[in-house]
Design a protein around this ligand. Sequence first.
Ligand code: SAM
Ligand code: FES
Length: 354
Amino acid sequence: MEKRVSELIYRLDDGQSLSTEEYEELINGSDPESAGLLAALATKKREAVFGNVVYTRGLIEISSICKNNCLYCGIRRDNKEAERYRLTREQILDCADEGYELGFRTFVLQGGEDPYFSDEVLCDIVSELKKKHTDCAVTLSMGERSRSSYQALYDAGADRYLLRHETADKEHYEKLHPEEMSFDNRMRCLKDLKETGYQVGCGFMVGSPGQTPKTLAEDLKFIEEFRPQMCGIGPFIPHHSTPFKDEKQGTLEQTLYLLSVIRLILPEVLLPATTALGTIHPLGREKGIQAGANVVMPNLSPVNVRRKYELYDNKICTGEESAQCRGCLENRMKSIGCRLAVDRGDAPGFTGNG
Ligand code: SAM
Ligand code: FES
């Protein structure tokens, strides 16, 4: 490892900020030794804030119908081969009931941008979920909506919102998305979500087509400045019926490296070891935790729809029952000296975005 790289790592560990150029140097300086140092420091930070507890969120994939056409995504509008489904209100509430019994205290409702889920429909589901499970948090991951929609959902009881920024570089954003989507609108959404009072998650895919050390450095700077409560990063994995079907997938090594850097930038951030990471390596999620992540998101969707929420090829956990997934992750976390919490797992010290 170059001396300069270890200097940058120790500055981050010390709570100092880096310039975008310095983040780029850090990314370019990645090798097994610097990755090892970063992982050790990131794990130490994670343990100082969270102990050996890993938070868990029950993921309910409520619709595979999407009006968008993101070039990377398997459920994009133009994928005519995708099988589409939409869960009913009752199915969603049943998934949550089952999850509650299994020990989940956060439910993440995620889906394509399906116009069926108007404010009226979604607010009703959110408020019913909160009424039934008063000790639970509800996270939404339903894409770009208007400010008034975010407000209505917040008022209905939603606590958190995940909307990956995908890339902090406008030109890169335009390579990943069709013309009708805009970088400025994505940023507007993130700002509105914060101002509304949500715990907000941003994030990006590692190794997305067109990504460079420079765009990654911009992502890290954005994360440092935006200070999200959550940050979802996982490898890009090609899907066979998208325009990016022949692109290379993101690597385990780079994803782990970036997880560690993000843990050092934001010691209190809720950082998932994603399903995509578990898809590219059998021990991906364990390695993610050992690089500084502290959240896992097992699937609570009904087994008969799981295969249809196919964002990328070979997605894991599409045949398992919810209880199996919970049990599987419990064992996986135990194997690395961690335990799953039965807890909402809010961002430490979160008192609103003021
Ligand atoms: N519609 C919502 C949104 O856009 O935020 C939520 C669903 S969207 C499918 C969730 C995330 O999946 C995206 O933010 C993207 O980063 C990730 N994703 C989509 N396609 C992927 C792929 N091929 N490989 C890895 N991650 C992917
Ligand atoms: Fe679903 Fe392991 S988490 S089977």
